[in-house]
Design a protein around this ligand. Structure first.
Ligand code: AP5
Length: 216
């Protein structure tokens, strides 16, 4: 099963992708996570991407397309994947479509996380992440066992640079301008399924499972 999770920043794509990868045994492929790992590793890609990410803008299409296409060639993606945060522009969607068509392995479904953008600020401002990449929590909606500490490695949790309020506003504008057009792109291809992303994490998981149980 090859699935895309589409939605604005903070709508819960990453949270739900992690849950679905457990139940369906297919990997979450998050371009945001791959880019943050490249930044932590200090690679050339990481150095190039960091400024765009910190400001709330998009990393240039070709860099992300190359990164993503290389990742989904890996063995663990053979039976499918959940794309979280990719594609984010029509150019990225076209590149993905062409690459998958060449392998006769098209996208099966696109889950669109529907939610008022105004609500998302609280989710993003309260998010805390492990600096070593072990996961993320929320001060109110998904707190770690000990406040401010990573459940996995014990490091002090930090706030993502792009989770500052001014950066969140830029990310929302970027989403509206560059990513929202993909709703029409995938609706035209009859792949789009909407979920109400305002509910609890469990409620959203159940909506997604219901879509897959019915169709896939
Ligand atoms: P990326 O990491 O993809 O960030 P994003 O799309 O802004 O997504 P988020 O991780 O902020 O939100 P999410 O929808 O995954 O929500 P989450 O589940 O974490 O990208 C970061 C940057 O990298 C981009 O700005 C860009 O620069 C670059 N980039 C990445 N991909 C790119 C691409 N394809 N092209 C170009 N550039 C790219 O949840 C958020 C919080 O809310 C969490 O704390 C969570 O605990 C909480 N939460 C989740 N669900 C619920 C719920 N139902 N109720 C209450 N709280 C909830």
């Amino acid at each position: 099963m090859r699935v895309i999770f589409l939605g604005p920043p903070g709508s819960g794509k990453g949270t739900q992708a992690k849950r679905l990868q457990e139940t369906r045994r297919i990997p979450q492929v998050s371009t945001g996570d791959l880019l943050r790992q490249a930044v932590r590793d200090g690679t050339e890609l990481g150095r190039e991407a960091k400024g765009y990410m910190d400001s709330g803008g998009l990393v240039p299409d070709q860099l992300v397309i190359d990164l993503l296409l290389e990742r989904i060639e890996q063995d663990d993606c053979e039976n499918g994947f959940i794309l979280d945060g990719f594609p984010r522009t029509v150019k990225q969607a076209d590149a993905l479509e062409q690459a998958l068509a060449a392998k006769a392995k098209p996208i099966d479904a696109v889950i669109n996380f529907e939610i008022e953008l105004g609500i998302l600020v609280e989710r993003l401002v309260g998010r805390r992440v492990c600096p070593k990449g072990h996961g993320e929590w929320h001060v109110k909606f998904n707190p770690p066992r000990t406040a401010g500490i990573c459940d996995v490695c014990g490091e002090a949790l930090i706030q993502r640079e792009d989770d500052q309020e001014d950066r969140i506003r830029t990310r929302m504008e970027t989403y509206r301008r560059d990513t929202e057009p993909l709703i029409g792109f995938y609706r035209q291809r009859d792949l789009l399924h909407g979920v109400n992303a305002l509910g609890s994490m469990q409620d959203v998981s159940e909506q997604i499972e219901a879509i897959f149980a019915e169709r896939y």
